[in-house]
Write a protein that binds this ligand. Sequence first.
Ligand SMILES: Nc1nc2c(ncn2[C@@H]2O[C@H](COP(=O)(O)OP(=O)(O)O)[C@@H](O)[C@H]2O)c(=O)[nH]1
Ligand SMILES: [Mg+2]
Length: 328
Amino acid sequence: MAGRAEGASMETAFERLLAGDVATLARAISVLEAGGTAGDALGARLRQHSGKARVIAFTGPPGAGKSTLINAYVTALRQRDEAVAILAVDPSSPLSGGAVLGDRTRMGAHSTDPGVFIRSLAARGHLGGLSLSIPAVLDAVDAAGWPTIILETVGAGQSETEIVEFADIKVVLNAPGLGDDVQAIKAGILEIADVLVVNKSDLPLADRTVRQLRAMLELRKAEWSDVPIVSTSATKLTGLEDLDRAIAERFDLIAGASPELRQERRLRGLLRRQSEAVFNHRLAAMPASQVDSLCRQVRQGDLSVSQAAVALATMTLDSGETGEMAER
Ligand SMILES: Nc1nc2c(ncn2[C@@H]2O[C@H](COP(=O)(O)OP(=O)(O)O)[C@@H](O)[C@H]2O)c(=O)[nH]1
Ligand SMILES: [Mg+2]
């Protein structure tokens, strides 16, 4: 009896989520963040109801102005009466850290606007971290009817890059005066950009940053012939229309309007991340003796390092049970 009542209330909760109830959405996100079998089951159901939202990631080094620019961009969307969800992700922090909470305050007026959903996401310490739960969280917000989802990362590290891969459009911010001329190049995130932004265009050195980015693009013309560079000032509120247009154009051009395409992108990314997690999990569990034996063979000249690596990878894949990730 209790089981049936619980099943019925879960059913209504799912319907409430689809109907756009934000409290239910917030609870669902917590379940997804925690992972495990409950998270996996919920994720599978949500996947059937998503693909409508466009997901835009803003990434770039700390201090480039991501939060400020998102705040300004959201204001512009709200003026057109477009609802928007903002997910602030901090892959490095096991708890909602200061940076993300600070961002929430910077969202100012938006935090009380019912047309804006704001949520901080942090790594909960389970294997694979945030990059495994993010696609399902996107599906949840999408299924709840939010037409635009903005992902903000706190920095520009490797885990941030993995997370923004799930977005339809990746906006990479640069700004003058952060010590390094074009930080995005150093961080290796230029490659993933659909739109390049030079923020803080009100500062004197901004032109130089634009020129450096142009030169970069020119050098790698084959790959990024048409990545636009947009100058903005998030504090002076300039360049926002250009940004809006660039995002819309790139969306039409590369992201595709079809829900299937978006679904597939998220799923493909998830599959890749999940298989990496499975592999790393099994590699960590390999008995030391097996690794020692391969080392010995390399030292004796019986195997090259790459041959030993392939052997280790094969042994790793042959070990372990399928389905172990359900318990992540
Ligand atoms: N001059 C100027 N300062 C800006 C601009 N955008 C952001 N800032 C300032 O840069 C600092 C970092 O901004 P923030 O949005 O927190 O950067 P984030 O770490 O990338 O999210 C803050 O003090 C902002 O007020 C801009 O367009 N021009
Ligand atoms: Mg920020």
